[in-house]
Design a protein around this ligand. Structure first.
Ligand SMILES: [Zn+2]
Ligand SMILES: [Zn+2]
Length: 198
């Protein structure tokens, strides 16, 4: 597990993680504000309290590139999301994600409020889904069930992860087992769920 960067906005941190997961990088957010000391430090040094982490160091360069893209052109965040729980938009049913009302191209989930990078139209993706499909379509975004619960073992094995003890790449070694280098037991689902804060 590797810490990429930290944010003081929970909503932005979750969007960044969703953006990475959209690009096949297993990423999650750790709420570092749980610790009082970290909270104080965060205020003092103006550093974020939400750490963006990825599962494997091997994805670091690609992940930093994607985050840089997101930061040079940051998405707008609905102020309401800051309050309690930011919706995890990566859990939306892909089929329900609408196209841009301006140019009819698929909406990027990392930019839930636009503007569309293609035509500049502003939209609110949650509102659009709510209007068209009702509130139950948004329910998965607020669920706390382990995010990998409905992924098959094969899908889970496709996500790059390294041994939590010695960083040996665990590619092709199944959902759970022992690291061939240091024999530490691993369970991919548990490691990812830990990473995703579930
Ligand atoms: Zn557009
Ligand atoms: Zn190991």
């Amino acid at each position: 597990m590797l810490k990429l960067t930290s944010y003081n906005s929970s909503a932005f941190a979750h969007l960044a993680a969703a953006h990475l997961r959209e690009h096949a990088i297993m990423a999650g957010v750790i709420d570092a504000s749980m610790s009082v000391i970290t909270g104080v430090m965060a205020t003092t040094f103006n550093r974020g309290m939400y750490e963006l982490v990825i599962a494997s160091k091997r994805d670091e360069d690609r992940a930093r590139e994607l985050i840089e893209q997101l930061e040079t052109n940051p998405p707008e965040i609905d102020p309401d999301w800051e309050d309690d729980v930011a919706p995890d938009l990566s859990k939306l049913d892909r089929k329900l994600i609408p196209n841009c009302p301006g140019c009819d191209w698929p909406i990027m989930i990392a930019r839930p409020l636009g503007p569309c990078q293609r035509c500049g139209t502003r939209y609110d993706v949650l509102e659009m889904i709510f209007d068209k499909h009702g509130p139950e379509a948004l329910a998965p975004c607020y669920e706390t069930e382990p995010p990998l619960a409905n992924m098959t073992d094969a899908q889970v094995c496709d996500i790059a992860i390294d041994c939590p003890a010695c960083s040996y790449p665990l590619d092709g070694l199944g959902v759970r087992g022992h690291c061939p280098e240091c024999s530490t037991y691993f369970d991919r689902r548990e490691l990812f769920n830990g990473l995703l804060g579930a």
